[in-house]
Design a protein. Structure first.
Length: 258
């Protein structure tokens, strides 16, 4: 199959999946207007179903290792690209915490909103309100995934996990599920998948769709009990677990041992 034909087939498949997502989001809007107040379980089921199809429309071959938790947890993952969301969202019924800019993205922002995504503005001072929302969400027995680095990287390092985002786990006693995600191309770190710097969504999406199939490794690591740990130690332990899974070492674990 020629590269041009392959690209156009991928675009067509992606548009079909997005059309399906818009239909599902419209159905959720109808339920909201009918006064259905407790929609989070429905949102999560529909979101997982949609994200699994979106993930299959992207040129990635995904391998998941580890055990999907059978009880609600706060999932914390390193962050490489917007594609982390459909790939991780296909693994389990999750809700997400995302930066506020995503809400303004055409189509994707509306879909994320209808899926129950929580949005936070960096540096706006609304972290207290978001923390209350996270605590309430976990307290209702729902899986929640956050990217505590607060930004994306090229996959060559794990940045500091912001401990304030893990306060909800400490307050509710819900365990933390560390997740390590890695993109590989020809056995090396993928340089196409990272969504960093001045990238815009459309340009990045087109680059991904034109590329060869890349490998994605998702590792579900050993859960960390949060009840007796402060948020700072919890954040460092979670970051250390992700670093060890990705690189075989952890600066934070060395600091803790010292």
């Amino acid at each position: 199959m020629g590269k041009s034909l392959r690209f156009h087939l991928r675009v067509a498949r992606l548009l079909a999946v997005l059309g399906l997502g818009l239909a599902l989001a419209a159905w959720v809007s109808v339920l909201e207007r009918l006064g259905r107040n407790r929609l989070m379980a429905t949102r999560q089921r529909l979101t997982r179903w949609f994200l699994a199809r979106l993930a299959r429309a992207l040129p990635f071959r995904v391998r998941v290792s580890g055990q999907v938790p059978d009880r609600p947890m706060l999932w914390v993952s390193n962050h490489v690209s917007w594609t982390d969301i459909p790939l991780l969202g296909a693994v389990a019924p999750l809700s997400f915490l995302s930066k506020a800019e995503v809400r303004a993205w055409p189509v994707a922002g509306w879909l994320a909103h209808k899926a129950g995504t929580l949005f936070i503005r960096r540096g706006s001072g609304d972290s207290g309100l978001v923390g209350q929302q996270l605590t309430r969400h976990l307290g209702e027995g729902r899986h929640l995934l956050i990217f505590p680095e607060g930004t994306t990287t090229d996959g060559s390092l794990v940045k500091t996990f912001h401990s304030r985002l893990l306060t909800s786990a400490v307050d509710t006693g819900v365990p933390v599920q560390p997740v390590a995600i890695r993109y590989l191309r020809d056995g090396r770190r993928d340089e196409i998948a990272p969504f960093i710097g001045d990238d815009d969504l459309l340009s990045h999406l087109l680059r991904v769709l034109r590329s060869e199939v890349a490998e994605v490794e998702i590792q579900l690591l050993e859960p960390i009990a949060a009840g007796e740990l402060g948020r700072t130690l919890l954040a460092r332990k979670a970051k250390g677990a992700v670093e060890r899974a990705l690189f075989g070492e952890s600066e934070d674990e060395d600091a803790l041992a010292a």
